[in-house]
Design a protein around this ligand. Structure first.
Ligand SMILES: C[S@@+](CC[C@H](N)C(=O)[O-])C[C@H]1O[C@@H](n2cnc3c(N)ncnc32)[C@H](O)[C@@H]1O
Ligand code: SF4
Length: 451
């Protein structure tokens, strides 16, 4: 059996396997956790500590067919302005519960497309954020930028507000692929936007590209990666395209018969991976690359890489608060999620309370399993001694957890007195192996039984 077919048999390309940006994953949050619990958790944040904020903008000017994000299209600024008012009211609520002296470690604006906020709203919102929680020393402020939805005025406003990291969506430069996925964006435009960002002194540029797209071949992805390298991004996210037309109806516009086979997908990832590493990029976790001097690369080399809802991060703040519709917050005590629908979220905030409607309170082995999953996703290994030092567990319990994963993936994981590790040849299976530690994912049992 070839390595490709063995990996495929083990479920490598199952789009339903979580990306483990949290544990438990969001589909396992329960209803019932509400604004009272959320407010208490905010009030328990120690004075003068550091937290991070995520601000979600669920609007886009265009709706790309490939995109699986929950977002709504709008041609007018009216709903965006109304939404910004809601965010400001949400920040006022946050301020009411937050202890004095708390500062920001990271601020991230994501979506959707946060850059469809007009320049005056960017100023207004950032002022409100920083009067609620000021940026701390060395803080990072990052924004997701659609190159088609940005101009000098908005970039000036973002730079003046303190944005010091930008992330641009590229996906692929091939015109036929772009047409098929409903996302046209030529190289010259992307290059111009990258130059405009750098001209404003933004020191870090990330780019998102995708493998596994319809009509993508090894030579086409090689061409796209080479074009991307001419922009010298500091970081690259190389995501596997998740084709889930049963969840994301826009994807029904994409012909399923143009999709690469699982084996071809693996080849596409390998081609891109080799080009990035040949060019001096360091591999980070399962799907990122960064210049060796970049903070994420340094964190990966020094064992400080973490995983949160935005993917990989070197942020060490113990609390991440999500603002806006559907955003998720993480506290040492658990997770809390805002109402998903914008209208429902707005209604709650306008009525003077948070829209928290579901979440999870950590219990039992949650934090132990979360640590194992995060370590596998970040470092491909877990040290037994660290788990024994940090958690109320026993060597026998760890043996049993490790052995369950080893049994589900024979010859694909290394269990030793030091702990458990995923060797390089098995790394395409990392999410599947992490799932062996997920006590909430019922499909895991079915999966193990099927192989
Ligand atoms: C939330 S989007 C925001 C990007 C920004 N609006 C833009 O278009 O440039 C962030 C990233 O999610 C990734 N993404 C969206 N849909 C995806 C899918 N179906 N599979 C994998 N990644 C996807 C894309 O790489 C995209 O750049
Ligand atoms: S890729 Fe970006 S612009 Fe396109 S629909 Fe998704 S969030 Fe909106």
């Amino acid at each position: 059996m070839t390595q490709e077919s063995q990996l495929t048999r083990l479920g490598l390309f199952d789009a339903r396997v979580p990306r483990y940006t949290s544990y438990p994953t969001a589909p396992h949050f329960a209803p019932g956790l509400g604004e009272r619990q959320f407010s208490e958790w905010i009030a328990s944040i120690p004075a003068s500590s550091r937290i991070s904020l995520y601000l979600h903008v669920p609007f886009c000017r265009r709706l790309c067919w490939f995109c699986a994000c929950r977002t709504q299209g709008t041609l007018s600024d009216e709903p965006v302005r109304a939404y910004a008012e809601t965010l400001k009211a949400e920040l006022a609520l946050l301020k009411r519960h937050l202890a004095a002296g708390v500062t920001l470690s990271r601020l991230h604006w994501g979506g959707g497309t946060p850059t469809l906020l007009p320049a005056d709203l960017i100023r207004d919102l950032s002022d409100t954020i920083f009067s609620t929680v000021p940026l701390g020393d060395g803080a990072e402020f990052s924004v997701e930028i659609d190159p088609n939805e940005i101009d000098p005025a908005r970039l000036d406003a973002l730079a003046a507000a303190g944005m010091n990291r930008a992330s641009i969506g590229v996906q692929d430069f091939d015109p036929e692929i772009q047409k098929t996925i409903g996302r046209e964006q030529d190289y010259d435009l992307t290059r111009r936007v990258a130059d405009m960002i750098r001209a404003r002194g933004i020191r870090s540029l990330n780019a998102d590209i995708l493998y596994g797209l319809p009509h993508q071949t090894r030579s086409r992805i090689a061409d796209s990666v080479q074009k991307l390298l001419t922009l010298t991004p500091d970081r690259v996210a190389l995501y596997g395209y998740a084709h889930v037309p049963w969840m994301s109806r826009r994807q029904q516009m994409i012909p399923s018969d143009a999709m690469p086979t699982p084996e071809e997908r693996l080849g596409l990832f390998e081609t891109a991976r080799q080009l990035f590493t040949w060019d001096g990029y360091q591999e980070i976790g399962i799907d990122h690359f960064a210049q060796p001097s970049d903070g994420l690369a340094i964190a990966a080399r020094t064992g400080r890489l973490r995983r949160n809802f935005q993917g990989y991060t070197d942020d060490t703040a113990p609390v991440l608060i999500g603002l806006g519709a559907s955003s998720i917050s993480r506290f040492p005590q658990g997770y809390a999620q805002n109402a998903s629908a914008t209208a429902e979220h707005t209604k709650a905030i306008r009525a003077g309370h948070f829209s928290t409607h579901r979440g999870h309170v950590f219990a039992g082995e949650d934090l132990l399993r979360a640590r194992i999953i995060e370590a596998l996703m970040c470092d491909f290994r877990v040290h037994r001694a660290e788990l024994l030092a940090d958690f109320d567990t026993t060597p026998e319990r760890l043996d049993s957890l490790f052995q369950t994963a080893a049994d589900a993936f024979p010859d694909m994981v290394d269990v030793s007195p030091d702990g458990i590790a995923i060797p390089p040849g098995s790394r395409p299976l990392t999410r599947m192996i992490a799932r062996a530690f997920d006590a909430y994912d019922q499909s895991r049992a079915l999966h193990s039984a099927a192989i």
